[in-house]
Each structure stands twice: as C-alpha cells, then as structure tokens.
Write a protein that binds this ligand. Structure first.
Ligand code: G6P
Length: 367
C-alpha cells in the first residue's frame, strides 16, 4: 500500500509514535489558534437545548465514548447514556426526540455502529459521528461529522485513532458546555490550555521506554493480568486490558479500582500482576488504599502515575512509569499512550503477529 512503516518494526509501533502529532493536528482542526474557541461545523440543531446524549461505538472507540461521558456529564452537565452498539440497538431505550446521538468510529463502516446510527436517526436523534474516515457510510448518513485527523491507521489494534477521538470529544465537550452556559470563561481557557499543552506532554511519554519494557517483562510471564483505574481513568484501564488481550493473547480484565474488593480480589496472588492507572488526582488516595489491600494479598503492583504519585507509591509498587504531570481533564488522553505501548512491548516479547492478530479484523462489517 501507499503507507509504509518508515523504519518501524510494525505499523502499530509507527502509529504509537504518531500520537503527539495526531493529537496536535486534531486539536488544530477543532480549536481556533487565535481565539482559542472550539470551532464546529455548521449544525442543523442547537447545542444549547439538547435534552441529553446517547453515545455508542464498538471496541476501543467505545472506551473513548466512556471517557466522553465523564467529560460531558462533569463539564457540560449533559445527561449521557452509553452502550456498545451491538447492545444499544436491541435495548430499545426510550429517547426524547431532538437528543444527540453520538457515534464514534475510526473506519465509519463498523456494522453494529452503523445499525445503531440508523436506529438513533429513526428515533429522532441528531446524529453526529466522530470519524477518521469521513468518506464512509457513517459519514454519509450523519447530520454532522467531526473528523479526527489521525491519518490512515493500518494496525488492526487501534492506537492513534483513540487519542484523536478523545481530542475531538474533549473539544466537543467544551463547545457544548459553553452553549449550555455552564462553563466559565476561566474554566474554558483552563481546559483549552490543558488540551493545547498535550502534544508536548505526549512526546515526553516516549522517554519512559525502559520503564515500560521493565513492566512488559513481568506481564509477559503472566497468564492473567488485572487492570485497575478509577473515574475518568477506568476506561483507560479497559483500553489497556483490551489492547493486551488483542495483541499478546494474555487474558486481561479491567476493573474499577473500588470494585476490586467485590470480586477480583479473590484472584490476587503473585501470579496475577496488577496494572494501575493512577494519576495524582482527587481519587488517588482511594486507589492507594485499594492497592494496599492488593499488596497485602501478595499482588505485584505496576503503576502508571506522575512524580507526585510515584513518591507515594514507591514502597508499594514493583514497577512505576512516571508520566508528565497534566491536568485531570486530559489525563486519560496522556495515560492511554504508555498503556498501549505496554501492550505492544508485551506482544514483542511474546513474538505474536502484532499488526495482524489472529481472529481480528480492522473493520468489522458483519453484525
Ligand atoms: C475492530 C478493531 C478495533 C476497533 C473496533 C471498532 O474490532 O479491531 O480496534 O476499535 O473494530 O472499529 P471502528 O472502525 O468502528 O472504530
């Protein structure tokens, strides 16, 4: 094809390195560089009066949607329902006409997401799609398309499209919050600045290669891995577990950290490493006490955190990847990058076919 690997071993490795650029390009499209206001395409409806939103997608795009839900609820105060497309379609949920139907898809062709789009449209929702391939079936059938600027994604396991989706959803959140009159100018500037700062912070993640590989060496020996996160970082744990399963064939499960004591704690021993997504935010102390419980049961704890978090976790954790300190709003975007790199490094150790994992397809056009 026209797209090469540019000297990288796999498309996935190349695409992981494209995260900073893709985030930057997508934000450039969404945010006016002079006014620093979010710019959306002309819409046929009013963002200010949306009664609620329904988000749907499949795979990694669904986890991007879960992060979008946190943003839309917390910053835009918009009620959000979300489900995977293959379930939403058959739930037949009661929907108020004139709501926002928000679809997320790299390809714009995933059969379940497309069917959900058609269902939302016939239920009177304004259909907005976050797409990488805008010239796609979903693109043609949407009321509006918000394009990510990720470029072609060849690796079957999605990487850069995920952070590009998040850049779009974060920008959309700011626009909806402003339209609803719930975002102060100061907060708007703060959120926008934290987004525009991200490409540089994302580039800094790659200096942590050795620390990520040290973690990968522990995980490559395991048969089962538990991923934990809280709040807006729980979907990052879900994405990490999915990526590990997809390309290394190691069983991984993601849990909301606070829910661990209601089940997976029974699995914990030295053979089940625990990967924790724990930026030092308002939920950090809660996560820390969950980790102490896990450690007391012999669990091996591997953490993604920032300098402040690392100082508090150094006696508890066996491996720590220290990430740049960023605002809580954008932390899920930044933390996704090393979590995806970890899955890649484990797959390298396992010697799997990274770009073409068994049984998976880039675009799933059957239901
Ligand atoms: C497949 C891919 C995933 C992707 C999902 C949704 O399962 O392997 O990486 O997240 O489809 O694809 P879409 O094109 O709709 O984002």
């Amino acid at each position: 094809g026209a797209v090469g690997k540019d000297g990288y071993r796999h498309y996935m490795e190349k695409e992981l390195h494209e995260h900073p650029v893709v985030i930057g390009q997508t934000l450039q499209r969404m945010i006016d560089p002079v006014t620093r206001q979010v710019v959306l395409p002309t819409l046929s409806f009013d963002l200010a009066t949306l009664p609620r939103a329904v988000i749907t997608a499949c795979g990694s795009a669904f986890y991007a949607g879960l992060i979008g839900r946190y943003w839309l609820e917390a910053e835009a105060r918009l009620p959000v329902d979300i489900d995977v497309a293959s379930e939403l379609r058959y739930r037949n949920p009661p929907l108020t006409e004139g709501g926002l139907g928000l679809l997320i898809s790299q390809s714009g062709e995933t059969a379940d997401t497309l069917a959900a789009l058609r269902g939302l449209r016939s239920a009177g929702q304004h259909v907005v799609s976050v797409l990488n391939v805008e010239a796609s079936t979903m693109g043609r059938e949407s009321d509006a398309v918000l394009g990510m600027v990720a470029g072609p994604e060849i690796s079957v396991a999605s990487t850069k499209a995920f952070t590009a989706q998040l850049a779009v959803l974060a920008s959309l959140t700011i626009a909806i919050a402003q339209a609803r009159g719930v975002l102060s100018p100061a907060r708007q500037q703060h959120l926008t600045a934290s987004l525009l700062d991200l490409p540089s912070r994302a580039a800094e993640v790659f200096v942590q290669g050795d620390a990520i590989r040290a973690m990968a060496a522990i995980i490559a020996e395991a048969r089962d891995v538990l991923y934990l996160g809280r709040g807006i970082c729980f979907p990052v744990a879900l994405e990490g577990a999915l990526k590990l399963k997809e390309i290394s064939y190691i069983h991984a499960e993601a849990y909301a950290a606070g829910e661990m004591k209601h089940g997976p704690i029974s699995l914990i021993d030295r053979t089940v490493p625990i990967v924790v997504i724990a930026p030092s935010n308002i939920l950090f102390d809660k996560t820390l006490s969950n980790l102490q419980e896990a450690r007391a049961r012999g669990g091996r704890i591997l953490v993604f955190t920032d300098a402040q978090g690392a100082a508090r976790l150094k006696d508890l954790a066996e491996a720590i990847v220290v990430l740049p300190t960023v605002d809580a709003f954008v932390a899920p975007i930044l933390y996704t990058i090393p979590v995806q790199i970890l899955a890649y490094e484990v797959a390298l150790l396992k010697g799997t076919d990274v770009d073409q994992p068994r049984n998976l397809a880039k675009s799933v056009t059957v239901e």
